[in-house]
Design a binder for this molecule. Structure first.
Ligand code: C2E
Ligand code: MG
Ligand code: MG
Length: 582
């Protein structure tokens, strides 16, 4: 509303008549008629800030009666933090400008702040500012929503801790302050050692509960001024300021690792989840940025994991190179799939009764452009970590089924191809479709495809993983338990899933002729398998003595360098054409 054309101005509270000669009572009526029922709060304020008149909406807004408001001033009700700015604006209003709009807080009669959007303008009298007219819209709810939104964009909804954005913000401020301080700051990077296992085996709800409990314990372990954040799945960072020589940070890292080593009691029971921590310290003059410092702490965390988990390590420049190598590896693996650098090798399996090749296991290789032929141990862990194992696994399945179709034709239907499936693939619900598609596309019999799953992967029964296996089994696809004897010996799953075969881990086979313990284990596995009606495959067979031993024990199939190493498909095809017999 234009202030200057307000017309005749109301009188001061003490007079019964305005300076214009209009009776106060008439002015009151005029004010109340105009503003009384407005939902906007309106006040007439004199140049000193005293309320001359107020409407009902304003009374509601601040929780005072009209009478009480008239006895107080604008300044008294203004939030102390907003007062200075408000007074400055009103001074300008009296001298230079005719109106302004601003957001500001009043203190409600009940003591809490209320937010208003204020439109204040001057009312002139004889050409000079005589009083102000203030209108206010209640924006407390809007402000509350704004605050919640800001909180949401800067905090992790699960734990309530600051998120990566806020952490980087705080770290930037701390690094800037460092320029003027002789002290040092430290970033701690913490990763839980067993989170994935808890999440996969006990479900996401348990995983969430664990993360919340970890966040609480983390807050209890740091000093009041330190700032903890959750920046990824099970990754937390802590900013510690004023840590002379970094020693304070090491003490905190020690305290946190100890705190995390204690069991967490969740609804599902007690859970152990150690944490590994990396520490990176920065001091005055160190050329570093927030991202760089976090990366260094991350590299130190990996070092802690490699050195045995549940511990902390301090960053050193050597680690820097290693972490960039790892990053290179991630990206390169991405490209490997696109550029067709992955290969499947096949290792034959021999039926000991007849001495003939009846199956082949598909084993993945990476023809790395610089490093040469890489084995699964060099890159499958990265593939699992990055989730790349899913597209890679899909490719393996498609390729292995196509190869099985070729061998079915060339050998007259005898060859079975087995494919290794990792826990990560297993918990991925698309597996059933991927396999069904691969079988349909290659037109093989489902029984010509075997899936090898390790015991531990079966134990990590994520939602529906075992259902997926059961579905596949019902389609006719064969199931083997790989590396049997090294995991939990999950008899229950073997029975429920009605698996077809057990593969004895090569370590037991390696010791069978020298170590009575290994011999006893292999014998026990064979006995168990026979009583359940399962086939037994011995892997890693390297010598003629081992062949005799496993034959004598009653193993059905054997695989190992003694017969043939893993090799490209065309090489194995040539071998098959010679109809080898062992
Ligand atoms: P695995 O399934 O137990 O495979 C058998 C491993 O034993 C292979 O190692 C094979 O090369 C090796 N081996 C074969 N004969 C002998 C022998 O006479 N002596 C010894 N000492 N070793 C022998 P490889 O190819 O390095 O594969 C290692 C593991 O990587 C496999 O263990 C399997 O768990 C995993 N893997 C291989 N290919 C794939 C794949 O396509 N997908 C997934 N998810 N995992 C795979
Ligand atoms: Mg295998
Ligand atoms: Mg194996």
């Amino acid at each position: 509303m234009g202030a200057k054309d307000m017309g005749p101005s109301p009188v001061s509270r003490s007079a019964s008549e305005s300076r214009d000669g209009i009776p106060q009572r008439d002015l009151d009526i005029h004010f109340h008629n105009t503003f009384g029922n407005s939902r906007t709060g309106v006040a007439l304020v004199d140049l000193e800030g005293a309320f001359m008149d107020v409407n009902h909406a304003l009374c509601e807004f601040v929780g005072y009666s009209e009478h009480d408001l008239r006895a107080t001033t604008f300044q008294e009700l203004t939030h102390p933090d907003d007062l200075e700015a408000d007074l400055a604006l009103r001074r300008m209003l009296a001298e230079e400008i005719s109106s302004y709009q601003t957001e500001g807080r009043f203190i409600h009669a009940n003591g809490y702040p209320v937010w208003g959007l204020w439109c204040v303008s001057t009312v002139c009298d004889g050409g000079k500012p005589a009083r102000f007219i203030c209108q206010v819209h209640d924006i407390s709810e809007l402000k509350q929503m704004q605050a919640e939104l800001t909180h949401q964009t800067l905090h992790d909804p699960l734990t309530g801790l600051p998120n990566r954005n806020l952490f980087i913000d705080r770290l930037s401020v701390a690094l800037a302050r460092l320029e003027r301080s002789p002290n040092e700051i430290a970033v701690l990077f913490m990763d839980l050692d067993r989170f994935k296992r808890v999440n996969d085996s006990m479900g996401h709800a348990a995983g969430d509960r664990l993360l919340r409990a970890v966040a609480t314990r983390l807050k209890e372990s740091v000093r009041p001024g330190d700032s903890a954040a959750r920046i990824g799945g099970d990754e937390f960072t802590i900013l510690c300021e004023d840590v002379p020589g970094g020693e304070g940070a090491i003490a905190i890292a020690g305290r946190i690792t100890q705190a995390m080593a204690r069991p967490f009691s969740l609804d599902e029971g007690e859970v152990f989840s150690n944490a590994s921590i990396g520490v990176a310290v920065a001091g005055q003059g160190d050329a570093t940025d927030p991202e760089g410092l976090i990366r260094d702490a991350d590299a130190a965390m990996y070092d802690a994991k490699e050195k045995g988990k549940g511990r902390y390590e301090l960053f050193s420049p050597v680690l820097h190179e290693r972490s960039s190598n790892r990053l290179d590896n991630d990206n390169a693996l991405h490209r490997a799939l696109e550029r067709g650098e992955l290969r499947l090798f096949y290792q034959p399996e021999i039926r000991l009764e007849t001495g003939k090749v009846v199956a082949a296991e598909a084993l993945l290789r990476w023809a790395h452009p610089e490093k040469g032929l890489l084995e699964p141990d060099d890159f499958i862990p990265t593939a699992e970590e990055t989730g790349l194992i899913l597209p890679i696994g899909d490719w393996v399945l498609g390729e292995a089924c196509r190869q099985a179709a070729r061998w079915t034709e060339s050998t007259g239907g005898e060859m079975v191809v087995s494919v290794n499936i990792s826990a990560h693939q297993l918990s991925h619900s698309d597996l059933v479709y991927t396999i069904r598609d691969a079988i349909t596309a290659s037109s093989i019999e489902p029984s010509h495809l075997f899936l090898e799953i390790t015991e531990s992967a079966m134990m990590e029964d994520a939602d529906g993983a075992l259902d997926a296996l059961a579905t596949l089994h019902s389609l006719g696809v064969g199931l083997s338990v790989d590396d049997f004897g090294t995991g939990y010996s999950s008899f229950n799953y073997i029975k429920t899933l009605d698996v077809d075969a057990l593969k004895i881990h090569r370590d037991f086979v390696a010791g069978i002729t020298q170590d009575p313990g290994d011999l006893a284990i292999v014998r026990a596995i064979v006995t168990l398998a026979k009583s359940l009606g399962l086939r037994v495959v011995a892997e890693g067979v390297e010598t003629a003595e081992q062949v005799s031993a496993i034959r004598a024990l009653g193993c059905d199939l054997a695989q190992g360098h003694y017969f043939a190493p893993p090799q490209p498909a065309d090489q194995l095809s040539e071998l098959l054409e010679r109809h080898p017999h062992w």
